[in-house]
Ligand binder design. Structure first.
Ligand SMILES: C[S@@+](CC[C@H](N)C(=O)[O-])C[C@H]1O[C@@H](n2cnc3c(N)ncnc32)[C@H](O)[C@@H]1O
Length: 226
C-alpha cells in the first residue's frame, strides 16, 4: 500500500510515522507513506494556500487550487486509482469496519484541512470520501490523518507480529474484547480469575466469550443490536 498525505505541517508526522509498528511496517515494505507539503503546490510567490471565505465570516479557508494541484500531481505517479480522503468533522464517522476496507486499498491520498476548513469544491469534486474521527473539532486534519493511518496500517497482512491479535480485538463480530491480565496472578489483594490460570483452554475460551458479551452489554449495547 502507498499512502500520500497532503498537509501544511509535514513535520508533525515524523513523531508518529518513525516509531513502533508504523516504522517497522515501512521498513518491511508493507506500506510506503509520503508526506507532502501543500505549500509546494501553491502558485503564490509567498506559497500562500489560504484566503478569506466569500460571504464573510471569521478565519481563513484553504484554497482549492493548491489541493487540486497536489492530488493531481500525486495521481500521475500512481499505477492504481487512489481513494482520495478528506479529513473533515462533517464526514462519515471513522470505524474499525472502514479501517478494514481502507486497508485493502492500494493507494490512499489523505487531505488535511486547517484554519476554518477547506474550499467546498475539494469535497464536491476531488474527494472520494470524507472521514471524521469523532464529533469534536480539531485545529487540523493532521491528527485525524495519523489516527487513520495507524488503524489502517496495522490491519495490512504481515504488519502485526501475531496474527491472532487481530482476531480477538474489540469490534470484531460487534463485540468488545474480554478483560485481560498478566503476571503476577496476585497483585496486592487482587487475583486474576481462576479459570485463566487453570490451563483448560476450552474453559478459558468459553469464559472469554461470556466476558466479551458481558462487557459489550454493559458498555456498548448498541453493538450487540447489530
Ligand atoms: C477547525 S477545523 C474546521 C471546522 C469547520 N469550520 C467546521 O465547523 O466544520 C480544520 C480542519 O481540521 C480537520 N478536522 C477537525 N476536526 C476533525 C474531525 N473530527 N475529524 C476529521 N478532521 C477534522 C479538518 O481537516 C478541517 O478542515
Amino acid at each position: 500500500m502507498r499512502i500520500d498525505i497532503i498537509t501544511i505541517f509535514p513535520n508533525m508526522f515524523s513523531a508518529v510515522l518513525d516509531e513502533s509498528i508504523l516504522k517497522r511496517a515501512q521498513a518491511k515494505g508493507k506500506v510506503k507513506i509520503l508526506v507532502h507539503d501543500l505549500r509546494r503546490y501553491s502558485l503564490d510567490k509567498h506559497h500562500k494556500v489560504d484566503d478569506r471565505p466569500f460571504g464573510g465570516g471569521s478565519g481563513m479557508l484553504m484554497q482549492a487550487e493548491p489541493i487540486f494541484r497536489a492530488v493531481e500531481s500525486i495521481k500521475k505517479k500512481l499505477k492504481a486509482k487512489p481513494e482520495v480522503v478528506l479529513l473533515c468533522p462533517q464526514g462519515d464517522q471513522f470505524t474499525q469496519k472502514r479501517a478494514k476496507e481502507l486497508s485493502k486499498c492500494k493507494n490512499l491520498i489523505l487531505i488535511c484541512g486547517h484554519y476554518e476548513g477547506v474550499d467546498d469544491r475539494v469535497r464536491e469534486h476531488l474527494a472520494d470520501l470524507e472521514i471524521s474521527i469523532g464529533d469534536y473539532v480539531l485545529t487540523g486534519g493532521e491528527l485525524p490523518a495519523m489516527v487513520l493511518v495507524d488503524s489502517v496500517v496495522r490491519l495490512i497482512p504481515g504488519v502485526l507480529g501475531d496474527k491472532n491479535s487481530l482476531n480477538f480485538e474489540s469490534f470484531e463480530g460487534n463485540l468488545l474484547e474480554y478483560p485481560q491480565y498478566s503476571r503476577p496472578a496476585k497483585f496486592r489483594s487482587w487475583s486474576v480469575p481462576k479459570v485463566l490460570v487453570s490451563g483448560a483452554h476450552d474453559k478459558i475460551s468459553a469464559w472469554q466469550r461470556v466476558e466479551a458479551v458481558r462487557r459489550t452489554r454493559q458498555r456498548r449495547p448498541d453493538l450487540l443490536k447489530k
